[in-house]
Design a binder for this molecule. Structure first.
Ligand SMILES: C[S@@+](CC[C@H](N)C(=O)[O-])C[C@H]1O[C@@H](n2cnc3c(N)ncnc32)[C@H](O)[C@@H]1O
Length: 401
């Protein structure tokens, strides 16, 4: 996979990536989730399948597929139909340029009625090799793992309703598959409230992969000053270790009506370019969420106070929440970059950039800007012509050596 070259010009695109916002009325968080999924999966599929050593098979696994709370007549607002439509488009585009990878999708759904619906609907996508399983994801893991081979690129989308059903150890055979990546919906809110309740200890142990998480959570909570931030940090750390990922990161999906988190989408990859695409997709997803939150706020204002009193009368539901989260996350990424400038060693540019992009809201353009600034200030130098050969050298380290 090629990485975005430093200083590439920005293109303004439709942030809703062709999804219909009207189908998501009152479900802005689902809209945001689908925007990110669609944007990310499209770019990923093209990158993976157009690479020099492209795998012969691309497998999309939707482990909690639904349909669930769908409003669109053609299920346009469900992850399974969004993915099947886009995989069909990717397949056609690649075929036009003489590439014919096997496009495959596996869906798992526990609820019988939803599964039956799913089974009917997937027949409408004959260009993709689709299979639907009726059952619990964790029980189906060995079967799915059995069909993977080294030429299968696996993208797993795990979208459970709470924290149950994705026991880290049980799903590890899929997380560990190479080449592969994962996107997991982490309901940090419910964990914040319930993680330490006596009745759920076993399921929380399963979620984190062992029973050692309590001390780690306490330490992270003290350090970060937030239980929610500690939970997501802990989960990412464990996802990375159990899945053997090189880079992990998350993006926060907000409640459109309140200054609060709805859930996080946690991501694991072994490729630096994956991190870059993830952050690019995050940007689109945030634009959409900001728009949905503003629309929802305005509609409420109009309802309660009339047009004349727009922006008066009630709290603004945290319209600038992303700005605050963004500033805080970028400050952490910047501190890590500063530390590298002061005490780090020469690093491959694409690897260090991806490490920094593990912080939310930190994309390639931002990091490349810091690099240019540091270079101008005589704090680092660059060598190498291409992205894969480019090295970044902190001056402090050179002097020290
Ligand atoms: C959040 S919904 C999925 C929404 C869907 N991914 C989308 O974005 O359109 C979760 C789905 O998983 C199903 N489910 C719940 N527990 C499950 C399990 N253990 N294994 C598989 N499916 C499960 C539910 O019936 C529900 O349809």
């Amino acid at each position: 996979m090629e990485s975005q070259s430093e200083g590439q010009p920005k293109r303004k695109k439709d942030p809703s990536v062709g999804l219909n916002p009207e189908l998501y009325a009152g479900r802005g968080q689902t809209f945001a989730k689908h925007v990110l999924l669609k944007q990310y999966l499209t770019e990923l599929a093209f990158k993976v399948l157009q690479a020099r050593n492209a795998p012969s098979e691309f497998l999309y696994l939707d482990a909690f597929s639904g349909p669930w709370q769908a409003h669109g007549e053609a299920f346009e607002d469900t992850s399974f139909a969004i993915a099947l439509r886009l995989l069909t488009e990717v397949r056609e585009t690649l075929a036009a340029s003489g590439r014919f990878p096997r496009m495959r999708a596996i869906f798992i759904e526990e609820k019988k009625a939803s599964y039956e619906r799913l089974r009917q609907e997937i027949k409408k996508f004959p260009r993709i090799n689709v299979e639907a399983f009726h059952g619990r994801f964790e029980d189906v893991v060995p079967q799915v793992a059995g069909i993977l081979n080294r030429d299968t690129f696996l993208f797993g989308f795990l979208d459970p309703i709470g924290w149950k059903g994705i026991a880290l150890r049980r799903i590890a055979p899929l997380l560990r598959h190479r080449p592969g990546e994962v996107l997991v919906n982490v309901m940090a809110n419910s964990l914040v409230r319930h993680a330490t309740f006596e009745g759920v200890q076993e399921s929380v142990d399963e979620f984190f992969g062992d029973s050692e998480w309590r001390a780690e959570l306490a330490e992270a909570q003290t350090r970060l000053g937030s239980r929610e931030a500690a939970i997501i940090e802990l989960y990412l750390r464990r996802l990375k270790a159990v899945g053997g990922f090189t880079y992990v990161g998350s993006t926060r999906i907000r409640n459109p009506d309140k200054d609060r988190t709805y859930f996080y989408l946690a991501y694991g990859t072994r490729h630096h370019a994956g991190m870059e695409v993830f952050r690019r997709s995050e940007k689109r997803c945030i634009e959409v969420q900001e728009r949905v939150a503003l629309d929802s706020f305005r509609a409420k204002q109009e309802r309660d106070f009339g047009m004349a009193d727009l922006f008066k009368g009630q709290p603004d539901a945290g319209l600038d929440a992303f700005k605050q989260w963004r500033d805080a996350a970028r400050a952490e990424a910047r501190a890590q970059f500063e530390e590298w400038l002061s005490v780090g060693n020469a690093r491959r540019a694409d690897h260090l950039r991806a490490e920094l992009m593990q912080h939310p809201h930190t994309d390639a353009t931002l990091v490349n800007g810091w690099v240019r600034e540091a270079e101008k200030a005589g704090r680092m130098t660059r060598s190498g012509e291409t992205d894969s050969a480019r090295m970044w050298h902190p001056i402090a380290a050179v002097t020290r050596d």
